[in-house]
Write a protein that binds this ligand. Structure first.
Ligand code: NAG
Ligand code: NAG
Ligand code: NAG
Ligand code: NAG
Ligand code: NAG
Ligand code: NAG
Ligand code: NAG
Ligand code: NAG
Ligand code: NAG
Ligand code: NAG
Ligand code: NAG
Ligand code: NAG
Length: 384
């Protein structure tokens, strides 16, 4: 395939655009299935306290393991034969500060007061840790039983939201949606969108949506919302068990223990790196090619979310990635020669021009914007 691509590259100046799109058609099928492994898990079979384990991982790898979704969880389990308990990089923040998360992995929680009704609880009901929606969002106790709305990424018949009229508590509703659809409805686009309005059809009732808050934090500071607690063993009240472990003989489900106890642990290692220097796109490209493998290419949602995590730590408003507009061909092309299959363009973020490349927004939903090549931003190199 490599030689084919090189051959295509050499000939691009000679062939017409029409022929070129024929070649692209052939390449297209391949690029989306290209699996970039941008991180890997390492199981360390040495007993250490949680903090010693954290120090070890930060020295030898990137940090204690974090888990984004079920696929990560499956990878983590597959990285060892061990069947005992092992620390992961999740710790309880005991100062009482809880953080809101959307249940669907990858949807970032952004506070927007206009979506909330802070006086929407009934009577003198205390604030809770799960989100209920009527016309607005209300924070209530997770053990109420309510109807709920599931989100389905398959988009059958252009439908993504389903109203389930069997009352369940929040945890049960979440497992129901995860086994029958994708997850509970998550993010303001889903929760305040037209499709949701149609589900309500002008009636007033309350439903669970995928909103919860907890006090657990990842060791590397990322705000992944995925939780895999073993509800039979995990008790969030035992406040001296503030470090999370995976129970490998219980399908990897999580519980917590006292942090001073010594256990084996999982580290993760990043395969890409944010360079916090401001360079033009060309300079960034050269820097990455000389010091690492190259500027990062985002060929699937998984790579996008790792870029998002990195972009948050940038000190420039955008971060360069390896996508730029090729005037001669009249199309956007990755430096890795792949055409764009996956994309996350911002609405009106895409401007075609001979001196344009792509910067990922440091904030918001980390969408893509075309920026002039001569602007200087931080950038992300891939290491492998
Ligand atoms: C983990 O291993 C199982 C069984 O060998 C396999 O079915 C599954 O696809 C693997 N998961 C990942 C993410 O590689
Ligand atoms: C899982 O392993 C732990 C520790 O090794 C042990 O205490 C527990 O009984 C095991 N549980 C199951 C279901 O095998
Ligand atoms: C975690 O911390 C919260 C306060 O931030 C506390 O209410 C809860 O009991 C703690 N849970 C565990 C398992 O330590
Ligand atoms: C609680 O956590 C949020 C999000 O991490 C942070 O913005 C806020 O400042 C924290 N509040 C306190 C009192 O620590
Ligand atoms: C909050 O939501 C409202 C209505 O959906 C929207 O108009 C506004 O721009 C949002 N504010 C922020 C800061 O995102
Ligand atoms: C939800 O219901 C299940 C089954 O009835 C129960 O085991 C669990 O404790 C409940 N969870 C909450 C948060 O109320
Ligand atoms: C699918 O839904 C979107 C938004 O709700 C709408 O704009 C679009 O026209 C629909 N497509 C079809 C084929 O119904
Ligand atoms: C909406 O509600 C009206 C009246 O309550 C009812 O006639 C109609 O069938 C409902 N539409 C849907 C799509 O459920
Ligand atoms: C809800 O009511 C408004 C005005 O009463 C109407 O325009 C709209 O079509 C209704 N929506 C549904 C889904 O029935
Ligand atoms: C943690 O709490 C449990 C129950 O509250 C208690 O039995 C245990 O001794 C405590 N451990 C430590 C180290 O304080
Ligand atoms: C990079 O540029 C931003 C402004 O775009 C600035 O705030 C930041 O300090 C610069 N970083 C370095 C390392 O020069
Ligand atoms: C980048 O190039 C454009 C057009 O050539 C020019 O107008 C602009 O001033 C340049 N910007 C910087 C930061 O050099």
């Amino acid at each position: 395939m490599n030689t084919v691509r090189r051959d295509i590259k050499e000939r691009t100046n000679q062939i017409s655009k029409m022929q070129w799109s024929l070649y692209l058609f052939i390449l297209m099928g391949q690029c989306c299935f290209f699996t970039c492994r941008l991180y890997e898990y390492h199981f360390i079979e040495e007993n250490k306290s949680w903090s010693e384990a954290q120090r070890y991982c930060r020295e030898k790898y990137t940090d204690l393991a974090k888990v984004f979704d079920m696929t990560d969880m499956s990878r983590l389990r597959n990285s060892t034969q061990n069947q005992g308990e092992a620390w992961i990089g999740l710790k309880n923040n005991t100062d009482g500060n809880r953080t809101w998360h959307w249940s669907l992995p990858g949807v970032e929680y952004i506070q927007n007061d206009s979506s909330w009704n802070l006086n929407g609880r009934t009577g003198n009901e205390p604030p809770g840790n799960c989100g209920r929606k009527r016309d607005k969002l209300v924070d209530v106790s997770c053990d109420h039983t309510l109807w709920f709305t599931c989100y389905d990424e398959m988009k059958k018949d252009n439908k993504t939201l389903y109203l389930i009229t069997t009352p369940m508590n929040w945890t049960q509703a979440q497992s129901y949606c995860r086994s029958h659809y994708t997850d509970l409805a998550s993010g303001l686009d889903q929760v305040d969108g037209e499709e949701m309005k149609d589900l309500f059809n002008n009636s007033t009732f309350s439903v669970w949506i995928g909103l919860f808050r907890d006090s657990w934090r990842w060791s590397d500071g990322s705000d992944f919302s995925f939780r895999y607690w073993d509800m039979q063993l995990f008790n969030n009240e035992q406040s001296n068990k503030t470090c999370a472990m995976t129970l490998l003989n219980r399908s990897g489900k999580w519980s917590s223990d006292e942090c001073a106890k010594e256990k084996p642990f999982f580290c993760y290692d990043d395969k890409m790196i944010l360079i916090k220097e401001n360079k033009t796109w060309e300079e960034a490209l050269n820097y990455c090619e000389n010091n690492y493998k190259g500027l990062v290419s985002i060929t699937n949602p998984e790579v996008q979310r790792w870029v998002q995590e990195k972009a948050k730590n940038a000190d420039s408003p955008y971060v360069w990635i390896g996508l730029s507009y090729k005037c001669t061909l009249g199309l956007w092309l990755w430096v890795s020669d792949y055409v764009v299959c996956y994309n996350k363009w911002a609405t009106e973020g895409k401007t075609e021009g001979c001196d344009m490349s792509v910067g990922v927004d440091r904030g918001g939903q980390h969408e893509w914007f075309s920026r002039r090549n001569n602007e200087t931003y931080n950038f992300i190199c891939s290491k492998l």
